[in-house]
Design a protein around this ligand. Structure first.
Ligand SMILES: [Zn+2]
Length: 282
């Protein structure tokens, strides 16, 4: 494999998929703690970007997504710089290893793991450790430290078990990989994980009915509802273009070229999404 191609592939794989033993032992990411509210922080990393979100209360910390296991110690250290409370809940927005990789470690330290039932089924299927103890179907709430946190599962998109977390009081949404922003913009439709290009737009439309103006994406910087709306439009554009090409008789190679050129798809997106996408839109 050409070296540059390999590097791009490696970066993309790390950015949004499973911990892979075949890749050896990657280094922990350089993490940064960003305050969004006085009690709400994003644990962000720029290179191989990804976000975890922490709500700090005097009844413990609620963490949304917990990165790879290799990032566990650094995450805990960062949290200790703002609270001496333990992590009590970890919500996984979906099953991917860069969002659920530290589950077993947090569980061993006393935290309860929460996800959608579908995400949990995928974790079982892919033999992941630190399985969630609590699961939701469409909706759930967690009450902690006088705060109410709402969890919604609106439908298929990035996977079939994507959960968004809504902080009504802050008009803020934690979107997981239903919405990635900035350098990580390309949609990854994980067909093996039950993802769907057809449903993605409708799922985003349902989310956009919630009243929020700040969005913490699964990857990329903290951003706005307007950017999420633009992303929603791009999911529709992608679907329409691919559908037009497939039904017009374009080849797999032609669709691949278009996805790379117009939507910035990389090898990972092609590998995980192209065949499923063409099959779904045929
Ligand atoms: Zn993901």
């Amino acid at each position: 494999m050409h070296k540059r191609t390999y590097l791009i592939w490696l970066t993309a794989l790390n950015a949004c998929l499973f911990v892979s033993n075949a890749l050896g032992q990657p280094q922990p990411a350089e993490l940064e703690l960003i305050m969004v509210h006085d009690d709400l922080y994003v644990i962000h990393n720029e290179f191989v970007p990804g976000n975890a979100t922490a709500l700090i209360t005097d009844e413990g910390v609620l963490l949304i997504d917990d990165k790879f296991e290799r990032d566990y110690s650094n995450m805990v250290e960062l949290l200790r710089s703002v609270t001496d409370q333990p992590v009590r809940f970890v919500i996984n927005t979906h099953y991917h290893g860069d969002h659920s990789g530290s589950n077993a470690r947090f569980q061993a330290a006393g935290a309860e793991i929460v996800s959608s039932e579908r995400a949990r089924l995928k974790m079982v299927e892919f033999d992941q450790s630190g399985l969630p103890v609590f699961t939701i179907e469409d909706f759930g709430r967690i009450h902690i430290g006088g705060k109410e946190i709402e969890l919604y599962q609106f439908g298929r998109a990035h996977t079939d078990g994507d959960v968004v977390v809504y902080f009504r009081d802050y008009r803020l949404l934690v979107a997981g990989d239903l919405f990635t922003y900035g350098g990580a913009t390309p949609q990854l439709i994980d067909y093996a994980g039950g993802g769907s290009a057809k449903d993605w737009t409708r799922t985003l439309d349902r989310i956009l009915r919630l009243d929020f103006d700040t969005v913490i994406p699964g990857h990329g910087t903290v951003t706005t509802r307007a950017e999420m709306q633009r992303f929603r439009d791009s999911t529709l554009d992608l679907r329409n273009r691919v559908q037009g090409m497939v039904r017009g008789g374009s080849s797999r190679d032609e669709v691949e070229v278009m996805l790379r050129e117009v939507f910035g798809w990389q090898d990972l997106h092609i590998a995980r999404g192209l065949d499923g996408l063409m099959g779904e839109l045929r």
